[in-house]
Write a protein that binds this ligand. Structure first.
Ligand code: ADP
Ligand code: MG
Ligand code: ZN
Length: 632
């Protein structure tokens, strides 16, 4: 299973104030505002606003006064509010219900007289009348309401936004924190990963063991006067366990672990990355002995080539160099860094006194793959597993891929409703990881199915008929999500470190076998061979340009590989004429092998047809089944 203990242990870039706390603040301030607003409303608008009021014209008002129906009059802010009793009797109070009216205040000098006159008339007796003087807020309250309150609200809103952005660590977060307290880099005090979690990679472990010992016991080294390498650089292809082993060093040494990724140093503003480096070393020296781990250091450590300048990155790199020189190697701060592009690193990083120890993490060999499989199988429930078979079938895979394969197998066994992982699960998941999942729904006509089957049997036939090809493991015509319509899987019986010229030629012949079968048996050619063509050409080209296997050029290097760990792309280092000549050589190699493949198919036409029928019927056949029919 893919382990996830790295996840929870990264440097946390959290702001000093947790989001929770500021959330609480915001809620209480919102509540306060609400209460204030209610109060505000209640002060400014008197109780009349909260009763249902009928708006009438002035005439109605006057006539109601004259009829003596009006009970109460109050004048408020240019309105006359008045009330009168209705015929309805309130059931509760046993008194007539009061109805409220409003009308505009006319410039009527007689109004008061009228009201006085009307007093005492009519059935209701007296009218009480008043002019309500609007209550003036004290200047202090006004000031608070108009200026301080909105300001406060704005401030709270803005600061809340800033905090939440910082929490997410977006660009704005950095922008906002400019000049403020910088985000802290936290050390992880107890790392649980140990060397036992890292399978294989014994050489790497050996050379890191010394660092562990030094961190346990710096005095021993200091008393002799030895200072340990300040830094070790882990290099290797992706997924070989560089990050894992760095954690394991901290786990074994039981010291705090400061982990940061190179890209985290590269900030929006020039100088901030450098400040972060300073910060990191400051904190680390307070916690010594400890380990600083800079993952993917190529993000800052790229060679300064003067072509494209990147001020921020260069300053950060310079700061890193200065810090590495500046601190005392005897104190017990060890810097580990990892990269899969060592060739792009600045030479200054690699000089003695900085990352002077280079730890190579290569893709695992057969034994390594077995060990990695076992480490990861420990994490899942499984039956008896043919570890040897799986390790052989995963040639060229990295530790991360093997971890993924084990996890896929566990998922598959759950899907199938089983309780534990079997060898078959692992085999299927290797194919899933390499070729993608099965595409059961894909519609393929019978004619195309026949073509695919014939093509695959062609590959297998050539592989079987040549000495020294890897044995056939499986042939299938079930389409995969990667676009493969079928494939032939060969698994070497052991580990192979070298490939001879003959083996390379055999391989090319096997690759052309699919097309050869189409030509000879079906008398047609299809697009199905495109991937074979690509692979065959790459191999033939490498034979000429890199492995010195052509007669014309012998041991002359015609290509250099740019980036051995990431892609295998190479650039030509020869003249244009030579390049044209290389093309001809490559073509010659491929044509010869293609011709060889065609003649093998021709010789075995009967078997080809028989095997094609068998594969069509079964869709997937094993290497043994294939050989049985071939040799029958
Ligand atoms: P890198 O940093 O070299 O790209 P990682 O250290 O991140 O690779 O490895 C990714 C995962 O692959 C690890 O978490 C682990 O599960 C698995 N893995 C890689 N190499 C090994 C190994 N040698 N032993 C056990 N697991 C490994
Ligand atoms: Mg890594
Ligand atoms: Zn093919």
């Amino acid at each position: 299973m893919a382990e996830n203990n790295q996840e929870n242990n990264k440097i946390t870039d959290k702001p000093d104030i947790g989001l929770n706390k500021s959330n609480k603040n915001i809620w209480s301030s919102l509540l306060g505002t609400l209460v204030l607003l209610l109060l505000f409303n209640w002060l400014l608008f008197p109780k009349l606003t909260r009763k249902s009021v009928e708006v009438t014209d002035y005439n109605t008002f006057i006539s109601m006064i004259n009829e003596g129906k009006v009970k109460e009059v109050s004048i408020y802010q240019g309105n006359i509010n008045y009330s009168s009793e209705t015929e309805n009797i309130n059931q509760l109070t046993k008194k007539p219900e009061i109805k409220f009216y409003r009308t505009g205040k006319m410039d009527d000098p007689d109004l008061v007289n009228r009201l006085i006159e009307a007093n005492g008339q009519g059935e209701n007796g007296k009218i009480s009348f008043t002019e309500i003087i609007p209550k003036q807020n004290s200047p202090m309250v006004n000031f608070l309401l108009l200026w301080i309150l909105p300001g406060l609200l704005l401030y709270l809103g803005a600061s809340y936004m800033m905090k939440s952005m910082k929490g997410k660590g977006g660009l704005t977060g950095n922008f906002m924190s400019f000049g403020e307290n910088r985000q802290k880099i936290f050390a992880e005090n107890e790392v649980k990963t140990t060397f036992a979690d890292v399978a294989g990679q014994d050489e790497a472990k050996d050379s890191l063991m010394e660092i562990v010992d030094f961190l346990h016991n710096p005095g021993k080294y200091a008393s002799i006067g030895a200072s340990l390498p300040k830094g070790a650089l882990l290099v290797g292809p992706p997924g070989t366990g560089k990050t894992l082993i760095a954690r394991a060093v901290a786990g074994e040494a039981k010291v705090p672990f400061f982990a940061i990724s190179g890209s985290e140093f590269v900030q929006m503003f020039v100088g901030m990355g450098a400040a972060k480096v300073r910060d990191l070393f400051n904190q680390a020296s307070q916690k010594a002995p400890c380990i600083i781990f800079i993952d993917e250091i190529d993000a800052i450590g790229k060679r300064r080539d003067g072509m494209v300048s990147n001020d921020e990155r260069e300053q950060t790199l310079n700061q890193l160099l200065t810090e590495m020189d500046g601190f005392d190697g005897k104190k017990g701060v060890v810097i580990l860094a990892a990269t899969n592009r060592p060739e792009s690193l600045d030479k200054a990083l690699l000089r003695p006194g900085r990352f002077d120890r280079l730890v190579r993490m290569e893709l695992p060999d057969l034994e390594g793959r077995k060990a990695i499989l076992e480490v990861h199988l420990r994490k899942v429930r499984h039956d008896e597993i043919n570890v040897n078979l799986i390790a052989r079938a995963t040639a060229g895979s990295s530790g991360a891929e093997i971890a993924n394969i084990v996890n896929e197998a566990a998922l598959r066994s759950v899907r199938m409703g089983r309780e534990s992982v079997t060898t078959a699960d692992l085999e299927e998941s290797i194919e899933t990881v390499i070729a993608g999942a099965q595409r059961k729904g894909k519609v393929i006509s019978d004619k195309e199915k026949r073509t695919i089957a014939c093509h695959e049997i062609g590959h297998a036939m050539i592989a079987a008929k040549q000495n020294g090809s890897a044995p056939i493991h499986k042939i299938t015509i079930i389409p995969r999500t990667s676009g493969a319509l079928g494939y032939t899987m060969q698994v070497d019986s052991g580990e192979q470190n070298l490939m001879s010229r003959d083996e390379m030629l055999n391989r090319i012949a096997t690759l052309t076998g699919g097309r050869a079968a189409e030509e000879v048996i079906l008398k047609t050619v299809t697009t199905g061979a495109s991937n074979d063509i690509e692979q065959a050409t790459r191999l033939a080209r490498a034979m000429v340009t890199r492995y010195g296997m052509s007669e014309t050029y012998g041991m002359m290097a015609l290509e250099t590989v740019n980036n051995p760990y990431l892609s295998n792309d190479a650039s030509l280092t020869c003249s244009a004429e030579t390049a044209a000549e290389i093309d001809r050589e490559v073509q010659k190699i491929i044509t010869t092998q293609h011709e060889k493949a065609r003649s093998i198919i021709r010789e075995n036409e009967a078997k080809m047809n028989e095997l094609t029928d068998f594969l069509l019927k079964k869709e997937t056949i094993s290497g043994e089944e294939f050989m049985k029919i071939l040799l029958a």
